[in-house]
Design a protein around this ligand. Structure first.
Ligand code: NAD
Length: 650
């Protein structure tokens, strides 16, 4: 039974136990509804405590049910019944009270919580809004301005903050249940407060709504749900709770059926699965506390920052004094900017720098549990680094390369103990980007692979296992995506039209703006190297631009022109003239057709990657694109898009 009842004197204790997160599913709803009646009818019971089994209250509704039509009894009706129960219900909360869990708690007459409690209405992250009264009861309990932050802006107060907000009536110590029972006995001595929904609420000035709308629009990135959550909340304040509940429910059901919500659910499940792939289940990772990072350039510094942020100790190894001091100042800059943004305190910034040691020789690597190499992308340089590491590191230390393209098997050739080697491919900026591609070689030991996944979890990253191929999963799809974008331009589509279409789809930048920012020269040199090996690599517009000295923003122009000190791209007649030999007559293609071409190219490459066994699942490919390449989250990823496109055709 997922809902358990015990009677302690005149108090009934109802415990929701539906591991792992006590999700409210149909069985839980049915039982709660029946219990509200049963306990009202029980003359021995005077109050009801509602709590969750284990370390949390209820982390939400059962998302797996969202892909089916809603089944009665509906959560709003269950909560309404609890709220109107003759015997008052008291929520006793430790850990997460999220989504439907918080809505249930709001339906209770009182809430008591421990410090560990955490309150959230995260529905907007799944493309929906709270659907069981959250947008209506919360403002009536804590006031409109604070409710907006939680309903539409993802604020997640803890126990102490919730007490200040008036969201909980008492903050108690563990053990929770005896404290809740004492609270209940005391409450029964006094007149009961009104049910949440009946409480008076003051209507805010129009400025409050306007400011909230602006804040929400600025952060939404095209997502619909946050503004709709605000709309439901406001409607209830302006037209009464009943009208608010009706609108909330209809928006909830409408959004639940959208592509955006399906995409966000798809990613939610993909992310959860990514952290615990079947192949490492039950395998213990190696303990990692001190990590050496070899190379302190763009990637090495970012990787070191990510490790320091996660509480690990770092030894950063560079080739000379200049390299060391450059890396130190990059890291100081990274923590300083987190400090200025209020993400960490002064003390935390200094403490992180104190966990950083820099070194020119490899000696310090001898006491490291893990080494991540991030030197130049050059096989000979990387091999010489691993030759040193093979000599100095402990035989059980895990050794990793951050290479973007070089076959890790070649890098590990001759390494003593190749079973401890793997690729850990971070993305720039490494302290920010969530993706970590994990690339085992055929010799990588299972516990070394498990160590890679465990490290990702500790760094707050999304790990995706990739097989070995040129560019692994992400850069291989990126190359195909760029090639298709250039093919569109060769076919007469304007450069700016391609970029505008992809921005319209939800990318922060189009493919050409992105290349201008990153520089066109690295990909060019890569193609030139292939040509010099005798491979047949046809000339593309990007080659002509680089040969003409247009390498992107850093040279004042690439696909676009840039005024000095200005990163805004301006259409470039010069660029168009240079690429003319490879471009057909102007051919205007509709935005949707441009998007469809580029999506199809990504999905085709993704399918090849799947067929070759490079990625374990289509969902993994979507995670790579969303967390490493700026693919708009609300679109679910290229494989999700391909699934929708083929479903539309059938
Ligand atoms: P970078 O040129 O910014 O940094 C390389 C650093 O390595 C330099 O500071 C250099 O002094 C140092 N170095 C070179 N040889 C060394 C040695 N023998 N010992 C110690 N330090 C040495 O390069 P980067 O962009 O940080 O790239 C590093 C690696 O990460 C490459 O393999 C690259 O392909 C990969 N990578 C780069 C990106 C990116 O976006 N830049 C993304 C993912 C992976």
């Amino acid at each position: 039974m997922s809902v358990n009842v015990e009677i302690e004197g005149e108090i009934a204790i109802v415990t929701i136990g539906n591991p792992p997160v006590n999700a409210v599913n149909r069985a839980v709803r049915e039982r709660l509804l029946a219990l509200a009646q049963e306990l009202d009818d029980n003359p021995d019971v005077r109050a009801v405590i509602l709590t969750g089994a284990g370390t949390l209250f209820v982390a939400g509704a059962d998302i797996a049910e969202f892909d089916r039509p809603a089944e009665p009894p509906f959560l709003p009706d269950v909560i309404a019944r609890i709220e109107r129960a003759v015997k008052p219900w008291i929520a006793a909360i430790r850990g997460a009270a999220f989504g439907g869990g918080l809505e249930l708690a709001l339906g209770c007459r009182f809430r008591v919580a421990t410090e560990s409690a955490r309150f959230a209405l995260p529905e907007i992250n799944l493309g929906i809004i709270p659907g069981a009264g959250g947008t209506q009861r919360l403002p009536r309990v804590i006031g409109v301005a604070d409710a907006i932050h939680i309903v539409a802006e993802n604020q997640t107060p803890g126990g102490a903050e919730a007490l200040k907000l008036g969201l909980v009536d008492a903050l108690v110590e563990e053990p929770l249940l005896p404290a809740a029972i004492a609270f209940a006995r005391n409450a029964l001595e006094h007149a009961l407060p009104s049910p949440s929904l009946d409480r008076p609420v003051s209507v805010p000035s129009p400025d409050v709504w306007a400011e909230a709308e602006d804040r929400i629009a600025a952060r939404a990135k095209g997502a619909a749900a946050p503004a709709r959550a605000l709309q439901a909340l406001r409607h209830g304040i302006e037209h009464g709770a009943e009208a608010g509940l009706a609108l909330e429910r209809s928006i909830f059901l409408e959004l639940r059926a959208t592509e955006e919500a399906a995409a966000l659910r798809h990613l939610f499940f993909a992310e959860r699965a990514a952290l615990r792939p079947a192949e490492i289940r039950g395998i213990n990772p190696r303990p990692i506390e001190t990590v050496a990072v070899v190379g302190g350039g763009t990637m090495g510094s970012g990787i070191a920052a990510a490790l320091l942020n996660a509480g690990l100790s770092v030894v950063l190894i560079e080739q000379d004094e200049a390299g060391v001091s450059r890396a130190r100042s990059t890291l100081a800059g990274i923590f300083d900017s987190s400090r200025r943004r209020g993400q960490i305190t002064d003390d935390q910034a200094s403490e992180r720098m104190a966990r950083l040691e820099t070194s020119i020789g490899y000696g310090a690597a001898a006491r490291c549990d893990l080494v991540i190499e991030a030197v130049f992308e050059d096989l000979a340089v990387k091999r010489s680094v691993f030759a040193e590491l093979g000599r100095v590191c402990r035989p059980d230390a895990v050794l990793a390369t951050n290479t973007s393209y070089i076959d890790p098997r070649l890098i590990a050739e001759g390494l003593p103990g190749p079973e401890r080697f793997l690729g850990l491919h971070f993305f720039s900026p490494a302290q920010v980007m969530k993706l970590l591609e994990i690339i085992p070689t055929p010799e990588t030991a299972p516990d070394v692979l498990a160590t890679g996944f465990d490290l990702a979890r500790r760094l707050g990253k999304i790990p995706v296992r990739s097989g070995i191929c040129d560019g692994f999963i992400g850069n291989r799809i990126l190359r195909r995506f760029r090639a298709e974008a250039e093919a569109l331009v060769c076919g007469g589509v304007a450069i700016a039209a391609v970029d505008a279409a992809m921005r319209g789809f939800g990318f922060a930048m189009g493919p050409f703006e992105m290349q201008d920012m990153a520089g066109l020269d690295i990909a060019f040199l890569y193609r030139e190297a292939a040509r010099s090996r005798g491979e047949d690599v046809p000339e593309i517009p990007g080659d002509l631009l680089v040969r003409a000295g247009r390498k992107g923003q850093k040279t004042g122009g690439g696909w676009y022109d840039y005024a000095a000190g200005d990163r805004r791209p301006q259409p470039s007649a010069a660029a168009e003239r240079i690429i003319v030999p490879l471009v057909s007559a102007r051919n205007d293609v509709a935005e949707e057709a441009i998007v469809a071409r580029l999506m199809a190219a990504m999905a085709q490459e993704g399918q090849l990657i799947l067929d070759e066994g490079i990625a374990a699942s289509a969902a993994d490919i979507d995670l790579v694109e969303v967390h490493g390449y700026g693919f708009p989250r609300r679109r679910g990823g290229p494989m999700f898009q391909a699934g929708r496109a083929s479903a539309d055709k059938t």
